[in-house]
Design a protein. Structure first.
Length: 467
């Protein structure tokens, strides 16, 4: 029987374990931080659970326009309030339940879970420092490394877990911050800034770039920044953080100093400075596994490393750091090693979402690539404000944008900005994955009225009459 050892129990690890077990391998998962990894315990599941509460608050803000109001606006007992302690308790409970579900699934499939920290002793052996003491050596025909990544910090901005926090530490808060400074305007920073502002917290977003979400569609980022500032957020663009210092416990307990000499104070600071791979101490060099300057493991499109028989998946590879990509990398690795049919990873078919309010979802080729001449494509943008369902829901901000090849009409990318964009991107993702034409998308029936109707309408605007 083929022996598979997986170091790391996150999406890249447990999904690959399920595939290997399905294909008849003897599978061991070595995990130290809890099954599900950061995606389940400290990142995706917790943050999106918190954002679910924020979404409800955003809906309440538009309720008066829809004819819904408080019975007695002057009575304090009738006011909506947020109990962050209750919110975070629910966040942690759901994360723990999801982790337990993964454990039960692995057990049902015959996967053995070893709790401890594993490292390579050559390409075909893993040594585990067991959590309850001692060690265990496990021989393997193949090893998959899926150890994830951790929040990046700086010597001048060290978290204390109380007032200066990483995104893994915010769920320990029991009291609502009076003023939160978010340093970093990438996906993580933008999501938390948007979510906490919706919970009624005064938020300052510090961005070193000229706009929020510098890696996303520029039109989408512009809409989001307009919405955030309109709702009361202070966005400091072109403002690079120099240091973060705590002095006390009051409303101005934390001071963020900028490189231009300015400073901003608040009760709490959230550091969203990117991620570093969890690859130290894994014995990679001795096993012949190459890493880049940042410590990320180099892999090809079927998740192979430079060492024969060693694969890697997930954030430790630095390949589009999404839970969905980690899981697919892990599956591809096992399909490849165990001889099943496999297609190499195609990042142009990956759909992703920024869970801000409004959400931003993307798939395929980007506007930046079109503008740079990397691909020849026609572009159409359709505002959601003209959609009848969006009007009924009080939605004014957002759009659908599609990219298609001028000759064939095949859709090669798209952007959706609006409520539940993560759901609305799916038909575009299907079109990109299956090389559907704009006409094929346009001719598929949509419900009237529906926000998905804007996807079909955008596709209709890409139609060229046949002569």
């Amino acid at each position: 029987m083929t022996r598979v050892v997986i170091i790391g129990g996150g999406p890249g690890g447990y999904e690959s374990a399920l595939v290997a077990a399905q294909l008849g391998a003897e599978v061991v998962v070595v995990d130290s931080d809890g099954l599900g990894g950061s995606a389940v315990l400290t990142d995706c599941v917790p943050s999106k659970t918190l954002i679910a509460t924020a979404e409800l608050m955003t809906d309440l803000a538009t309720a008066p326009e829809l004819g819904i109001g408080l019975v007695d606006p002057l009575a304090p007992s009738s006011q909506v309030r947020i109990d962050l302690g209750v919110v975070n308790a629910r966040v942690l409970r759901l994360a723990a339940e999801q982790s337990a579900d993964i454990g039960r699934r692995l057990e049902r499939e015959g996967v053995r879970v070893v709790v401890g920290r594993g490292h390579l002793d050559g390409p075909e052996r893993v040594v585990v420092a067991l959590a309850d003491g001692g060690s265990e050596t496990i021989d393997a025909d193949t090893v998959l490394i899926a150890t994830g990544a951790a929040p990046r910090t700086l010597p001048s901005a060290q978290p204390d877990g109380e007032r200066i926090l990483t995104w893994e530490q915010v769920y320990n808060l029991t009291e609502t911050p009076e003023k939160l400074i978010v340093v970093g305007s990438g996906v993580t920073g933008a999501e938390f800034a948007s979510g906490y502002m919706a919970l009624g917290i005064d938020v300052v977003l510090v961005s070193s770039r000229d706009r929020v979400l510098p890696g996303e569609d520029a039109d989408a980022a512009e809409v989001l920044e307009q919405v955030l500032t309109r709702r009361g957020m202070t966005v400091l663009n072109k403002s690079r953080m120099e240091s973060v210092v705590r002095d006390g416990d009051g409303p101005d307990a934390v001071t963020v100093t900028l490189t231009d000499g300015r400073s901003v104070s608040g009760s709490h600071c959230l550091l969203a400075l990117g991620s570093i791979p969890n690859t130290a101490g894994l014995g990679l060099e001795a096993a012949g596994v190459e890493t880049d300057e940042g410590g990320f493991i180099a892999v090809d499109r079927v998740s192979r490393t430079s060492a024969r028989g060693v694969y890697a998946a997930g954030d430790c590879t630095g390949v589009l750091m999404l839970a969905s990509v980690a899981a697919m990398q892990g599956r591809i690795a096992m399909w490849h090693f165990l001889g099943d049919a496999v297609a190499p990873l195609d990042l142009k078919k990956v759909s992703s979402n920024v869970f801000t309010s409004p959400e931003i979802a993307t798939v395929g080729w980007s506007q930046q690539a079109v503008d740079a001449g990397e691909i020849d494509a026609e572009v159409v943008r359709l505002e959601l404000a003209g959609n009848p369902r969006a009007k009924m829901q009080g939605v004014r901000d957002g759009f659908v944008k599609l990219f298609c090849r001028p000759g064939t009409g095949i859709i090669v990318g798209g952007v959706v900005v609006g409520p539940r964009a993560s759901e609305l991107i799916h038909p575009v993702s299907l079109a990109v994955a299956e090389s559907l034409t704009a006409d094929q998308v346009a001719n598929a029936f949509t419900v009237y009225p529906s926000n998905s109707g804007s996807v079909a309408e955008a596709a209709r605007r890409l139609h060229h009459p046949r002569t």
